[in-house]
Structure formats: C-alpha cells, structure tokens
Design a protein around this ligand. Structure first.
Ligand SMILES: C[S@@+](CC[C@H](N)C(=O)[O-])C[C@H]1O[C@@H](n2cnc3c(N)ncnc32)[C@H](O)[C@@H]1O
Length: 278
C-alpha cells in the first residue's frame, strides 16, 4: 500500500535554504536525512501562513529580516526541546555533594542553565540548592533560544505526570497541585520561582551581560552543533566561569578535542583552574 503523506514534501533546495538559515541563526546543523523532520515540523506554519508549498515558504522567508519574528517562529519549530526533572541525576548529586560544600563563601552561588528548554533543569537545580543552602545567597539563570520554551519556563506550570521524576519530599515542599481549570497540572511555588530568572538568549551571541557563574550547565545542546561552533562556544563560556567553576555537559557529550584549559573532574564535568577561597 502506498504511504500517505500528511505534510508537504520539501525539495533539496528548500531544505538547504531552511537548514542554512537555522545554522546561521542558532549554530544547529540539520544534516541530510532530516528532510521529513523539517517538513513535518514546519507544515503547520505553512498552513497558518496560507502558503501552498515549501518554495513559496522560502520565497517568503527571503523577504523576512534576519532574527525577525518569522525567524523566531522557525527556530521555535525546529529546535528539539526534550527535557525532564532530574535528568542525569548524577549532575545534581555532584551539585549537592561537591559544588555546595566547596563553594566560595561571602557571595552568592550562581548557576546557569544555558539551554534551559522549558525549565526543568533550572528548577531541578533550584530544588537541590534550596535543600542545601535554604535562605543563603544563591541564584539561577536559565536561557534558551526558543521564545516558546522560555515562556513556558517562566510560567513554571507542568503536567502532573512530571511529578513522577521529583522526589516526594521536594514535591510537597516546592510544588502546588493545580485545581479547577489547572486540574492535571502542577506549578512551582513562589519562593522557588523567585530564585530562577529566565531569558531568551542565543548561545551564538555575546553573553557576558549575564555575569560570572560557579556552574554552567550546557547539557544536551552541543550535540546539535558542528565541531567549530562547539569549540567556539566552550571557549567563550569558560570565560564566564569563576576560577574553580564547573562546566557540566550532557553525559553523552564530551569536550574531547577542544583545547579549553578546562580540567575533566569526571566524565561530563569540567572545571576551570584556580582555587576557591573556602
Ligand atoms: C534537548 S534541549 C536540552 C534541555 C536541557 N539542557 C536538558 O539537558 O534537559 C536543547 C535546548 O537547546 C536549545 N538551543 C538550541 N540551540 C540554541 C542556541 N543557539 N542558543 C540557545 N539555546 C539553544 C533548544 O531550544 C532546546 O531547548
């Protein structure tokens, strides 16, 4: 039986143009073989714009400003935002067992979730820091290129099924169960919410305005970048770490081949040289 396509097919020229725009704007490289993914994710957008096919969409894109609203839509649709609470738990254990006890006293501990998606990574870190540091001075910044996921992260509302990943005592302490129209959801409480600030930001841009951090979590995003982009990013981010600060990448990622000066503490956890004053 012939397969029925539920979305418009994309030709090689249109695929090359769209993935070229994506790469230029985000550093994300979608290689040949991802045609169905791109066509599937953009199909709704074409419908919404009343465009018949991909050549028409590309003609339209060519008229749009670089980094303008249509580019934001494109990025929102083509980024992969999968994440969940306590993903790669070992990193959060490391935070609790090594980073917190070893922190520099006398100033706020700062952690950056640098591709925060819908916020689960940042709120997980917030729960862990809150358990260890309570009312002491600490803060979390979350950034992502997708405006859609940043809005969700700011809201801090998740399907109740996400609760399965959160230990019960933390669930009781930091989350509220939705009622009436919010039935089936849970929301982060105000005290934890106040510790986390989300911004839409592109890792390819200048990021120095976020200040320096003790920990940068850059997890499960470099897999989408080519080696040159990855190298450039790591070199820039290490400049944003305090001496003795940590860069944490996804457990399936590594900094092999990047001459960064960072020292591997254990697989996926790297540290800048320099001593902390305890
Ligand atoms: C798979 S999610 C990872 C989320 C989280 N760090 C985790 O490990 O669960 C990757 C995120 O990276 C974001 N991203 C991709 N390219 C980016 C860029 N150039 N700047 C900022 N964020 C980017 C995507 O929008 C997506 O939300």
């Amino acid at each position: 039986m012939q397969q029925v396509l539920t979305y418009r097919e994309i030709g090689p020229d249109e695929f090359a143009y769209i993935t070229g725009v994506l790469h230029r704007e985000t550093g994300i490289r979608l290689s040949a073989g991802k045609e169905a993914l791109v066509a599937g994710r953009l199909d709704k957008r074409l419908r919404h714009l009343g465009l018949a096919d991909f050549p028409e969409y590309v003609r339209f894109l060519r008229t749009q400003p670089v980094s303008g609203p249509e580019m934001i839509q494109l990025i929102n649709l083509l980024t992969t935002n999968e994440t969940f609470f306590f993903r790669e738990q070992q990193h959060f254990d490391f935070l609790r067992d090594v980073v917190v006890p070893d922190r520099e006293r006398g100033r706020a501990l700062r952690l950056w979730s640098a591709a925060s998606s819908t916020g689960e990574e940042a709120y997980t870190a917030a729960m862990v820091l809150s358990e260890s540091l309570a009312e002491q001075s600490w803060e979390i910044v979350g950034t992502d290129i997708s405006s859609r996921v940043v809005e969700n992260a700011r809201l801090g509302i998740y399907p109740i099924t996400a609760a399965n990943k959160i230990p019960r005592p933390m669930l009781r302490k930091y989350w509220l169960r939705g009622r009436e129209e919010y039935d089936g959801t849970m929301a982060v409480n105000r005290r934890l919410r106040a510790r986390v600030n989300f911004h839409q930001d592109n890792l390819m841009a200048q990021l120095g305005h976020h200040g320096r951090f003790d920990v940068i979590m850059l997890r499960n995003v470099m897999i989408y970048f080519d080696p040159e982009t990855k190298r450039d990013l790591v070199l820039r981010l290490q400049e944003m770490l305090h001496p003795g600060g940590y860069l944490i990448v996804g457990r399936s990622e590594s900094l092999n081949g990047i001459p960064s000066g960072l020292q591997m503490i254990e697989p996926s956890i790297y540290r800048t040289p320099g001593q902390r004053r305890g």
